[in-house]
Design a protein around this ligand. Structure first.
Ligand SMILES: [Zn+2]
Length: 264
């Protein structure tokens, strides 16, 4: 039994990208039984950085995509399509919509989101979706583009129970980050109780959003256990059960097509 960090920005864990520091961070995670990491790209340039970091690490795979906050005028979808075929890439994203503090016009974000869904479709790889202050448009686009076919995950879930229901109806997974451990976030109790165990993933979103009791410290994959603990309390199950089920869910979602053969 081990845990999987389904969303980690490995290229930002250490500002100088020193291999030694990143290896230390990964070793700390291993010691806490977090034995598989999905490294998330936020741009094409970021993908190439990640590829260098993870190339000799068999328990880390990555995604490729352009995060809505990192859209500029140089998006090259021919290039994105090419890298999406790479054998290290098991997911497309993170992509989605961010209407919170994002300067890219909504229409442009939506077009780019749709292009990612088309790549997920043609490459048969699941989507990693970011949504902030934009859940209605996110859901409509996923539905219109028939994204359920290759499924995916709404990462760092911070919406309400109605949104959760819609996401589940599309056969998507829901991933929880350190936000659920923060004080004054009681809304997650009902939401987590509502979502069936076989649809839940867990993530750190590191180096951002450190869970309690590590707030104020840079987040890293070894802190994932705090998120599992919180779900265990809410679901009234053991941490082992949560680890086993979320790991199973992860491999069910991402292993079905890419078949990277990790035993768990
Ligand atoms: Zn992210």
């Amino acid at each position: 039994m081990f845990l999987v960090d389904s969303h980690c920005h490995i290229s930002n864990l250490d500002s100088v990208n020193s291999n030694i520091l990143i290896n230390n961070i990964i070793n700390r995670a291993f010691k806490k039984n977090i034995k598989f990491i999905l490294a998330i790209s936020t741009s094409i340039e970021d993908f190439y950085k990640i590829k260098e970091i993870i190339k000799n690490k068999k328990n880390i795979k990555c995604s490729c995509g352009i995060h809505p906050s990192y859209i500029n005028d140089k998006e090259d979808f021919t290039e994105l399509k090419k890298i999406s075929k790479h054998n290290l890439v098991i997911a497309i994203g993170e992509t989605g919509l961010d209407y919170y503090k994002c300067y890219t016009p909504k229409k442009k974000q939506q077009n780019i989101f749709r292009k990612h869904i088309k790549i997920a479709y043609s490459e048969k790889k699941p989507l990693i979706v970011h949504t902030r202050n934009a859940i209605q448009d996110t859901l409509s686009i996923l539905k219109e583009e028939k994204a359920e076919k290759y499924s995916g995950v709404i990462h760092c879930f911070n919406e309400d129970i109605i949104a959760a229901k819609n996401i589940l109806d599309m056969n998507f997974y829901i991933s929880f980050s350190g936000i659920i451990t923060f004080k004054n976030t009681n809304k997650f109790i009902d939401i987590i109780k509502f979502i069936p165990m076989n649809k839940i993933l867990i993530e750190t979103d590191s180096p951002y959003l450190s869970p309690e009791p590590y707030r104020g410290i840079k987040n890293e994959p070894s802190f994932l256990i705090e998120i599992a603990k919180k779900i265990a309390i809410i679901k009234n199950k053991s941490i082992n059960e949560i680890a086993k089920q979320t790991t199973k869910n992860f491999f069910k979602l991402f292993n079905k097509i890419t078949n990277f053969n990790i035993k768990y």
